[in-house]
Ligand binder design. Sequence first.
Ligand SMILES: *[C@@H]1O[C@H](CO)[C@@H](O)[C@H](O)[C@H]1NC(C)=O
Ligand SMILES: *[C@@H]1O[C@H](CO)[C@@H](O)[C@H](O)[C@H]1NC(C)=O
Ligand SMILES: *[C@@H]1O[C@H](CO)[C@@H](O)[C@H](O)[C@H]1NC(C)=O
Ligand SMILES: *[C@@H]1O[C@H](CO)[C@@H](O)[C@H](O)[C@H]1NC(C)=O
Ligand SMILES: *[C@@H]1O[C@H](CO)[C@@H](O)[C@H](O)[C@H]1NC(C)=O
Length: 619
Amino acid sequence: MPTNDSRTLHLSIDSLNMRIVGVILATLLAQQASAQLADVDWWKTTTFYQVYPRSFKDSNANGIGDLEGITLKLDHFVDIGIGGVWLSPVFKSPMKDFGYDVSDFREIDPIFGTMADFEELAQGCKDRGLKLVLDFVPNHSSDEHVWFNKSIAREDPYTDYYTWRDPKGINETSGEPIPPNNWLSVFGGSAWEYNEEREQFYLHQFVAGQPDLNYRNPLVVTEMEDILRFWMDKGADGFRLDAIPHLMEDQTFPDEPPSNDPEFTPDQWGSLSHIYTADLPELYPIIYGFRKVVDEKQEELGRQMVMMVEAYTSLENTMKYYGEGDVKGAHFPFNFEFITNVNNETTASELKEIIDRWQNALPSGAWSNWVIGNHDRTRVASRFGRDFSIAAITMGQLLPGTAITYNGEEINMEDTWISWADTVDPQGCQAGPEFYEKFSRDPVRTPYQWDDSVYAGFTIPDSEKPWLPVNGNYEELNLAAQKQEENSPYAIYKKLTAMRKDMNAVKSGQLGTSTVGENIFVFTRYLQSADEKSVLVVVNLAENEVNADLTGVPTLRSGAMITYHVGVNSSYTAGQELSPSSVNVPARGSLVFLYTNAASTTVLASLLLVFSVILSLLH
Ligand SMILES: *[C@@H]1O[C@H](CO)[C@@H](O)[C@H](O)[C@H]1NC(C)=O
Ligand SMILES: *[C@@H]1O[C@H](CO)[C@@H](O)[C@H](O)[C@H]1NC(C)=O
Ligand SMILES: *[C@@H]1O[C@H](CO)[C@@H](O)[C@H](O)[C@H]1NC(C)=O
Ligand SMILES: *[C@@H]1O[C@H](CO)[C@@H](O)[C@H](O)[C@H]1NC(C)=O
Ligand SMILES: *[C@@H]1O[C@H](CO)[C@@H](O)[C@H](O)[C@H]1NC(C)=O
């Protein structure tokens, strides 16, 4: 009996050993696989940087930025450590909505340069290991697109490329045709424009010069998919899809009910509740179809592509863009939580809730992302002030997922006040002199501030006047000055992008969020390994410095933390060792620490030790 027992014991130990070997092998293989897949994941670990081409760099002194200007500044992207360059539209356009009205989806607008300039830019990116992402505006074309002319003339196959409807009747007072329903343009006024030649109205959810494409027509879908293929062949590494929720409308065209929001006048878009023109369930399969095209091209060209989606909609609808079941959608829809839900009044517990809610809403396996600002919304430094903007950018870079930066955020550029006379954004112009400041997006689109020379180095001194005025603060706030300054927004930004590249905790660490007292929000990106550092970010939402005791933070089991970056106005220096029991966090500021999950790794190490002792004793 005893012999038997010991044999059984040996057998089970052998099978245990085999299992351990198996686990080690599987781990090694997994590491091997993720090493091979490094480029596959570029879109996860990188920071995307949105370039607004009109305002980035003007190479030909006409006061408008261009592709050659971007090519001239490619080393800036490398310098600040971003890996994906996303261009706002550069396609041929009458510029009624500054490029978001495309008249030829396969041409570069002469304002921005030529196809050769595009190819040079794409090559320049490739040479530097940068990925190039294009804005794709699938929703509408310009009224100067040849498709629209042919559609007016009812020339097949273009007859139903756009959404045409008969007038509801004729206005007896004015003799004018009456629009099919009450739908309003995002920019104000009726969404319907009458065309004399075709004697029908066409739908335009933006300006009249942007007729909506008809996605219920499969020919339109195929046409747009071909355009995606065209640009990937030209060197694009993916797309950002613009204004997606508006892609389709209810095909029975009912009136929309009033929103009863007193903030809006009856001809403003916000005065209606957009139940028939936004978020229709039929639009998601169109997006999944685009993804299929992108994946097929990726396979063909052997280059990992990315597809990001812009959709201002509910959290539930946003998540549908990831796909459904096995059907893939976007790599990610933009996470606008920092733009739409975080403001100056947000408390620490609300911030935790906002972040947790997004992370918890992600479908299984979905990749997160954080957008801090863009060309449509008040700049982060103006939204939150110059101090909290740094905290917001720090969170955007260190929370799990892809980070997205709007050009100028890395130097904390601010909005520029623009007079009515200088206003050019259609959303501002259509609102009129009384309301334009509320609607115009010009303030966030002014030229990039490179240095303290005339026009902030955006163009040359004897250039034509820039298309939008340069911010008056450029002599003090510019890239060149910040390069000389320790702890400048630029210096902090670079440290953050470096962390994304270098630290596994930022690439794949678990997220832990908590609050300390009323005003401190804390998150950790933690790893169990004793060899690698975990990251701790501390954010103060109060207007005054707060002394925080972090010893209760659940995922911080370590005795000591090393200061990594001290944000602005901190008395600490980088590399300083601190005890978590007393940390001074500057007003509206953030601190970043590195720590080792010492306690847990010690437990693990001792467990391993005990285990191997038992094994050797048994043998
Ligand atoms: C469309 O028609 C208008 C007016 O007939 C003309 O000016 C324009 O050049 C045409 N555009 C295209 C792309 O054919
Ligand atoms: C008809 O035209 C008049 C004058 O332009 C306008 O006040 C009225 O609102 C219009 N009615 C309809 C039903 O469009
Ligand atoms: C997209 O098209 C829809 C309707 O097709 C329209 O409502 C929306 O405004 C358009 N958005 C953009 C950015 O073109
Ligand atoms: C938030 O606070 C900052 C600084 O205190 C201020 O500059 C900014 O205008 C405020 N933002 C809003 C939307 O009120
Ligand atoms: C740093 O503190 C000073 C003095 O309290 C303040 O004036 C300044 O705005 C702060 N800087 C930032 C970027 O918050």
